[in-house]
Structures are given as C-alpha cells and as structure tokens.
Design a binder for this molecule. Sequence first.
Ligand SMILES: Cc1cc2nc3c(=O)[nH]c(=O)nc-3n(C[C@H](O)[C@H](O)[C@H](O)COP(=O)(O)O)c2cc1C
Length: 393
Amino acid sequence: MTVVATPPSPKLELPPLQLGSITVDTPVILAPMAGITNSAFRRLCREYGGGLYVAEMVTSRALVERTPESLRIISHDDDEKVRSVQLYGVDPVTVGQGVRMLVEEDRADHIDLNFGCPVPKVTRRGGGSALPWKIDLFTSIVQTAVKEASKGGIPLTIKMRKGIDDDHLTYLDAGRIARDSGVAAVALHGRTAAQFYSGKADWSAIARLREALPDIPVLGNGDIWSAEDAVRMVRETGIDGVVVGRGCQGRPWLFGDLQSAFEGSEKRHRPGLREVADGVYRHAELMIETFGNDEYKALREIRKHMAWYFKGYSVGGELRAKLATVPTLEVLRELLAELDTDLPYPGIDSEGPRGRAGTPKKPALPKDWLLSRQMDAEQTRDITAAELDVSGG
Ligand SMILES: Cc1cc2nc3c(=O)[nH]c(=O)nc-3n(C[C@H](O)[C@H](O)[C@H](O)COP(=O)(O)O)c2cc1C
C-alpha cells in the first residue's frame, strides 16, 4: 500500500451521526446497492474505515414470505455492530409486516426504506422514486414503518430522489412528511427518476433539504467519487453525513480515505496492483462464504467487480476479458498470477466515475399517476403488484 499526502485540509467539524440510539462516529454510509452491498463487500469496506454499511435492498413481501434470498440479503456477519437493512415496499401492510418481523426477530438495528429506485419495472407500478408523489400512500407507509420500528427502539430512515422529474419534485414534501412521522434521518440522492444515473447530482437540492429540515439529520448522496468530494459536499450543503454508492465499487478502501479526510488527515490509500489483486481474491473468497459455499454463483457475481477493481491499471485487454468471465476460484488465482503485481498505483486513471451511468429517460409510471397527488381506486388496487419480482435500485 502507498499512502500519499494530498494538500492539507482542516478537520471537518462534523459531529458523529446520531440515528436514534445509534451513534455513527464517522458520518459515512455505504449506500445500499442491490447485487453489491452483500456481507462480503460490507466486510471489505468496513475493514478500511468507520461508518454505517447498509445491506442490499430487500422487498418486504419476499421478506415476509421468508424466501431464502431475502434471508440471505438481511443476514449480517457476527461482528457487524449495526445490522442495517433496507426495505423496499409499496403497500403499508406488507412494509409494516416486514418491519415487525425484523424487530420481533431481532434481525436489524437500523432500517431504511427505499424511495429512490428509478428502474422502469419498479416505477411503472408506482414503487421506488415514483412513490413519494402519492402523498397519502407515502405517508401511510412511513408512518406504519416508524410505528413498528419504534416498538423495538429501532431507528427508521428513508432514502429518496428529488422527484419524478424537474416538473414533479417531491423531496421537500416527502422530507417534511417523513420528519413529522418520526424518522431518524432522511437521505437524498440529488437526481430525479427521469435522470436515472445520468448527468450530475444536484447538491443544491441537498442543501435545500438540509435547510428545510433543521431538526433531523439529513444525509447527502450522489457523485461522491473521492474523500475530497465528500468533504466538499458537507461544506457546500451543511449535511450531517454522506452516503456513498458507486464511488466505492472496486475501491472499498475509499472508506479509509473518507475517515482520514473527515479527521483532517492527509493519508490516502493508493494501492499498487499486487494489493488490488489480493483484494479481488479475498473478495471472491468472501463471496463464496456469503453464497453458502456456492462457488459457481459467487464467481458469477464477482465478475462485474473486475472492471471497477482494475480501472486505470495496466492489465491488458485479453486478461481483462478473461477476468470478466472467470469461472472458478482456481482460474481466478491463475489469472491474477499473470498480472505484473509490481505495478504501482496508476493515479487519476483509476479514480473517478464508475458503475451505472446511462441517459435520461421519461419515467415509466402507472396510468394517470401524475394527475393527482392522491391515489385513485384503480391505482390502489394495482399497487400491491409493484412488489413482485423487484430487485435493484
Ligand atoms: C448497482 C446499484 C444498485 C443499487 N441498489 C440500490 C438499492 O438496493 N437501494 C437503494 O436505495 N439504492 C440503490 N442504488 C442507488 C444507490 O444507493 C445510490 O443512491 C446511487 O448510486 C447514487 O449514489 P452514488 O452517486 O454515490 O452512486 C443502487 C445503485 C447502483 C449503482
């Protein structure tokens, strides 16, 4: 590992993040990412720095039905001090049941609700980032979830986008409703559903939400690719903590940089290729554990991480392609042995944007969704279908 000095930055005067009874000393949160933030990845991240590490989202219906996959998603390692679970749901009754199950069976210490998912198959049915538009449904879900969570003293938070599109913003109303319902914090991703992952996150909206909700913690999310970005977001918006998603894909050490930067230290983690290769191998081993010793599934899952881990490093096209289709741990070992592991950190080429991007799209929504901020009878009837067959955020 190379630790390099960047220009000195003063310590951030940011107190620990208080989520109900939970104190997060370093106010940094690993954003929930379906298919990424499983227990293996969370372990890698938290070994580098402090913070709160949220699991992949789980649909409340699958949880209540106790599908094996949903139980895998909410499982945490024994040494995860704060077991953080994110629920997706569109129906207050099912969300309430999901929260109750987590509380009564002591399966979580923190619960977040997902109101940010922009995936068409979710918004088409009124879920995710489409949902806060419907004030009655949103209020009912949040109130029910807070009530159930409070029975176990568990802090409940929400994570949302700015709204559906620039003409249909929801974040200020939704933030106030959530605050009045008793949430422990709100997190805002500074994009609309229509933006998907394109363009730039609008941090000024995060600042506006911070101002609108002076009495609860507000967390900012979107386009933090480095510790310096995180410090800048805090300074520009006045938020209480940062939520980091794609920036740590292939760079779990970003959590070390974040902690250093928040403490005013100039240390940054700059791994050479040997350390990255060792990290990839360890990630694969942990994934095998996470998937109950299913090596085939674990290796299929690790493939998408390869491009992120090796971004900017001199690896060679052919080897890159083989790594991206690696079938077994043994082959992974052989491929990693072909790397020139003496290569140092490549610098800026390995930093910056990674992961989902895309272009703006007109959001798919249920019929007549935007005509009113209240649900009509047909929409109410159809909404429960929105929980079937959903994953991703
Ligand atoms: C692969 C992937 C999966 C995601 N899954 C979820 C999810 O399960 N729940 C959620 O609230 N957001 C999810 N998101 C959104 C992220 O939590 C985050 O809000 C978004 O990536 C913006 O933050 P970033 O710019 O730091 O990546 C996902 C994003 C990505 C890229």
